[in-house]
Ligand binder design. Sequence first.
Ligand code: PFF
Length: 453
Amino acid sequence: MSTKTGEGFSSSFGAIMAAAGSAVGLGNVWRFPYICGKYGGGAFLLVYVIFVLFIGMVLMMSEFVIGRRTGEDPMKAYTALKPHHPGWKYVGLAGLLTCFLILAIYLVISGWTLNYFWESLSGTLAGIADTGFEAHFNQFASSAGRPVLFIAIFLFLTALVIVGGVDKGIERVSKLLMPILVVLLMALCVRSMTLEGASAGLSYLFKPDFSKLTGEGVLAALGQALFSLSVGMGVMIVYGSYLPKDDNLLKTSLWITLCDFAIAIFAGIAIFPAVFACGQDPTGGPGLVYQVLPVVFNSMGTVGRLFSIIFFLLLSLAALTSAISLLEALTQWLSGDRIGRTASAIVMSLIVIILAAAASFSFGDGILSGVKIGGMQLFDLLDKLTGTILPPVCALLTIVFFGWFMNKEDIIDELSNHGTVKIGYFKVFYHFLVRIVAPLALIVVLVTGIIGN
Ligand code: PFF
């Protein structure tokens, strides 16, 4: 129990499961495979691994240090560390705002996923002809009622876990769901790899093609590394504030990073060999999961229906543990000294569902599709803000604070658990990464990203 409110994870294992639950989500199963394939497979993977280890993981440790040191929400944490420089709290606020926007768009996609899980169960998907999936998806996602219904169900489940509390809700659910998710994913991998012609899918995913690794691909790799590890937005400050005091932060971060990376790779292994074996287009992009995979499942006959159920259940569970972390960050912030946890979770849910519903209405030919902000539909605007712009901005501010403004002795003391954990040479290496490498890389990405647009 480490926070001021007395909430906290009860064990290191539980904490790892919860934080890995936040990291593993739509980003791993829905987004990673298609961008990895798009930007050169193994070539993209190489750059991605470097960003994950040297920037993503470093940020995760930094956020854990800030969170555990203070036991506060992201805004108060900055104030606690720099009481005479109150401006820093706006970095925490920017992160929370980003969480809010991510949660809104995340809910829309999670709602689609839950609907597809339901349609797999009920047999609707099995009754659609191969050529009909694109129209089916567009018609469903652009309609008004059904997507919002599924958003509401998904959000209700998310809020229910939050109301349960940190250890009895988040930790318990993550300890249950994460192993289930791994088993489901392994079942899909085995099926996919044993299909005839599967090897073409593996080489699409892993064979390095450096000609496809454009500057845009490098930026995508960094954006994906941050998004996938849930770092930069303060969620890991929140989870850090719940970490046991004797938890080894380096080890915990390493485990979470490994888990997140492994699940992304296995998601690729589950998807691409099957897509190739069925002669489908691997470059389906964001629509891959909703338009291409159902064709693949239907081509497997009756077992295909079972695999379709497994896949959309897996994706829904992965999304749930991530949405939980986003709503928790907002709930922790609002509850503070103001209102209780339950009231705070309800208020936040009511506010975020309005934005999520508006984003859903703006998608495709939806009823708000004609409303443009800065020339874009709301869904596309949110997607762009949360996918490419805000996370690197928040990550940069966090790392600059951590590397250049936070007291160095405090960092060493917290990372080493008051000198009880040896961190040796890592100290020098860590400072080099935190002060120079990570901020520079983030600046380069941001500047190129903004100029490129
Ligand atoms: N890491 C999650 C994913 O890969 O789907 C998404 C996410 C969760 C991003 C929480 C940011 C965050 F704060």
